[in-house]
Design a binder for this molecule. Structure first.
Ligand code: COA
Length: 335
């Protein structure tokens, strides 16, 4: 039997959505024992956005998806698959993908949520790419959306200063082979990292109880210094690996769009590949770490700033809880 030819997948639209409310470092100084200088120097964050109480990840996820569809010039009915990367779904079930499907009126779509923490968007992008390449889906919405503020301990200065709320989305569809599209992705997980970054309660091992609430186990736990070391190594290595694998050099890269966890982690990855500041997209100063929302929203910011052009060589990378990490390399194909 003749092997079926695989199609070429590319990103054809990007969008983002953030809550209006800003929480500055000065605001945090009034909440915990911290200061603007420490936060900026150690993380690169000046402010982050915080969703209104009761607003779930579906809200900004749907808005980002609508913006991405408009950019790709497709209608909700054209979407046949919605993959939502999130660690803060509206509810344990149903999937946030179902809620977004209804909000945007994608009446022909199926979909699901994917939990890869800060690497969630990269994992979802690879899943979408596979569906499109196999010809099983024509147009896939990949959404990364978080309301991190809902799982933070606002009395813990080690974690509450780091994260923000927001969403980004892309449309993935088949593009002519000549436009290249997504070239390759490298994705990895290692469960030994689970102990360093997690939220212990609310799952099947430790369901919600008075004790779990009293002990603040429904919030992010992070051994920051350990995670930092793994993240620097993981992100720098996997970025270098994908660039080298395809015989590109630093000069060939038009835009590096890393997960926005900490400016020092980004700079380490940048140095490893030998990239100039002008080649790197930074949004952490304004939005903090939005977990699965960070890469797609950074792509949307780069598009808005006119930094993405047809054929631009774009490198993405991420590291997150799990541990999870990965990179992706593509030629830009959005209109
Ligand atoms: N304000 C002021 N001081 C703070 C503080 C804050 N918000 N948070 C911690 N400190 C203090 C610590 O208590 C510690 O004080 P001590 O020396 O008296 O014990 C000191 O600052 C240094 O803490 P440390 O944790 O070593 O700082 P750091 O340089 O490692 O920076 C992080 C902390 C969290 C910014 C950094 O470890 C990090 O970015 N880790 C990875 C985070 C990440 O990427 N997570 C998600 C993965 S996707």
């Amino acid at each position: 039997m003749a092997a079926r030819t695989l199609l070429t997948a590319g990103i054809t639209g990007v969008g983002m959505s953030f809550p209006e409310k800003r929480l500055t470092n000065a605001d945090l100084e009034k909440m915990v024992d911290t200061n603007d200088e420490w936060i900026v120097e150690r993380t690169g964050i000046s402010e982050r956005r915080i969703a209104e109480k009761g607003v779930g990840s579906s809200f900004h996820g749907a808005k980002a998806a609508e913006a991405a569809m408009e950019h790709a010039r497709i209608k909700p009915d054209d979407v046949d698959l919605i993959i939502v990367a999130t660690v803060t779904p509206d509810m344990a079930f149903p999937a946030t993908a179902c809620l977004i499907q209804e909000m945007i009126g994608a009446s022909n779509a199926w979909g699901y949520d994917l939990e890869g923490a800060c690497s969630g968007f990269l994992f979802a992008l690879q899943a979408a790419r596979a569906q499109v390449m196999a010809g099983l889906a024509n147009r896939v919405l990949v959404v990364g959306s978080e309301v991190m503020s809902s799982i933070l301990d606002w009395t813990d200065r080690n974690t509450c200063i780091l994260f923000g709320d927001g969403a980004g989305a892309v449309v993935v569809e088949a593009v002519p082979e000549s436009r290249v599209g997504i070239i390759d992705a490298i994705n990895r997980i290692d469960g030994m990292g689970a102990k360093y970054l997690n939220m212990k309660a609310g799952g099947s091992v430790m369901p919600a109880s008075v004790e779990t609430v009293e002990q603040k186990l429904h919030t992010v736990y992070q051994a920051g210094r350990d995670v930092y070391k793994f993240a620097v190594k993981g992100m720098a290595n996997v970025t270098k690996e994908i660039v080298d694998k395809h015989n590109f050099t630093a000069r060939d890269v038009d835009l590096f769009v890393p997960h926005q966890a900490n400016i020092r982690i980004i700079e380490a990855a940048q140095r490893r590949v030998g990239l100039e500041d002008s080649q790197v997209v930074i949004t952490i100063d304004k939005f903090g770490n939005t977990t699965a929302g960070s890469i797609p929203s950074a792509l949307a910011v780069a598009h808005q700033d006119g930094r993405l052009k047809e054929g631009s060589l774009v490198v993405l990378c991420a590291f997150g809880a799990g541990f999870t990490w990965g990179s992706c390399i593509m030629r830009w194909t959005a209109p």
